[in-house]
Write a protein that binds this ligand. Structure first.
Ligand code: ATP
Ligand code: MG
Length: 327
């Protein structure tokens, strides 16, 4: 399935959902292993790849394929859908306001759920600030541009600043202490740890109403660890898998995924563009929306929507102020 193909809708029924153990071929041991790897319900299995499930449960790929097919039948995922069903699912999309009207408009009304939005740009271009703003905005009620939700933040470079988040939240009229309680931050020490934090996020989102997941930065560890041409194929493969796990999170919880990415000073080997985002085409093809940020006359920033399945390319000017992102 191409990364931008339609993804299945999250399960909606409130009746007791079938358990993993209800699937033929899934015993207690397999169910336990699956849960440990973050597959807690049939929906999550239904949208997984046989390869991943085989590794998670320590079973053959054929067996994994059968389990996935069975899960798909039970939660009615994986067949053809009518256009109206797809439209109905798109109606459930949520949007989180960036608090800049111009930037929201560029994005078709804010940062979308069930999608990955990649923001790339130089140091100081406002990527982390945008993540902090959204982590506060997501907590607002829907009529104020939020989703009354919480945020998960995967921090790879130790750049999450609680004081800054409190300041931004306060400017929105939120209680800063409460706002900080609603943002769940984990520091990722290397790329492998970063990947393992995604199943942790799944666990958390089962308990809390998480509607935003920020990965800041998506590529820093991968870039530092996989050096040279020889390591490139593996790096891209790992990044690709990581992003698909993130997308799965977005689908299952109807959450927005924001990934930040630096531009490489030297041409990225795959991208060949001196200001290209790291991870080049792999990241670009998996992200649903790509935004290129650049600095303008302070405090202004220019955002360019580079790639979108349904919106025109364009630019928006916004500011990074003491209160957060504004026009
Ligand atoms: P990097 O690639 O280094 O992570 P970045 O794109 O994440 O960079 P940010 O940290 O989002 O960059 O942006 C930092 C910039 O945001 C500062 O240079 C400053 O211009 C602005 N900024 C940060 N905090 C404030 C504040 N409290 N008031 C006004 N502007 C601020
Ligand atoms: Mg940053």
């Amino acid at each position: 399935m191409s990364p931008k193909a339609q993804k299945p809708a999250p399960a909606e029924t409130e009746e007791a959902p079938p358990e993993l153990e209800d699937l033929p071929g899934v015993g207690q041991a397999t169910a336990d292993k699956l849960r440990e790897s973050g597959y807690a319900d049939l929906m999550e299995l239904a949208v997984a790849s046989p390869d991943d499930v085989a590794t998670a449960a320590d079973i053959g790929e054929g067996a994994a394929q059968k389990i996935i097919q069975e899960a798909r039948k039970r939660v009615q995922v994986g067949g053809f859908e009518s256009g109206s069903a797809i439209l109905e699912r798109r109606r459930k999309l949520g949007r989180i306001s960036t608090l800049s009207k111009a930037l929201d408009e560029l994005l078709g009304g804010g940062v979308e759920t069930q999608a990955i939005t990649e923001v790339y740009g130089q140091f100081g271009s406002g990527k982390t600030q945008l993540g902090l703003q959204l982590s506060a905005s997501v907590q607002l009620p829907p009529d104020q541009g939020g989703l009354a939700g919480e945020a998960v933040w995967i921090d790879t470079e130790n750049t999450f600043r609680a004081e800054r988040l409190a300041e931004i939240a306060k400017a929105l009229g939120l209680d800063p202490t409460q706002a900080l309680e609603r943002v769940h931050v984990a520091r990722a020490f290397n790329s492998n740890h970063q990947e393992l934090l995604v199943p942790k996020a799944f666990e958390l989102a089962r308990e809390r109403p998480v509607r935003l997941l920020v990965v800041d930065s998506l590529t820093a560890h991968f870039r530092a660890e996989f050096l040279g041409r020889g390591a490139l194929a593996e790096r891209q493969q790992r990044l690709n898998r990581h992003m698909h796990e993130l997308l799965r999170f977005g689908d299952v919880f109807n959450a927005a995924i924001l990934c930040t990415n630096q531009v490489s000073a030297r041409p990225d080997v795959l991208f060949g563009d001196p200001t290209g985002p790291i991870g080049g085409n792999i990241v670009g093809h998996t992200a649903t929306y790509r935004i290129y940020l650049r600095k303008s006359k302070p405090p202004r920033r220019i955002a360019r929507l580079v790639d979108s399945p349904n919106l025109p390319e364009g630019e928006a000017v916004f500011s990074v102020t003491g209160e957060g992102i504004r026009d």
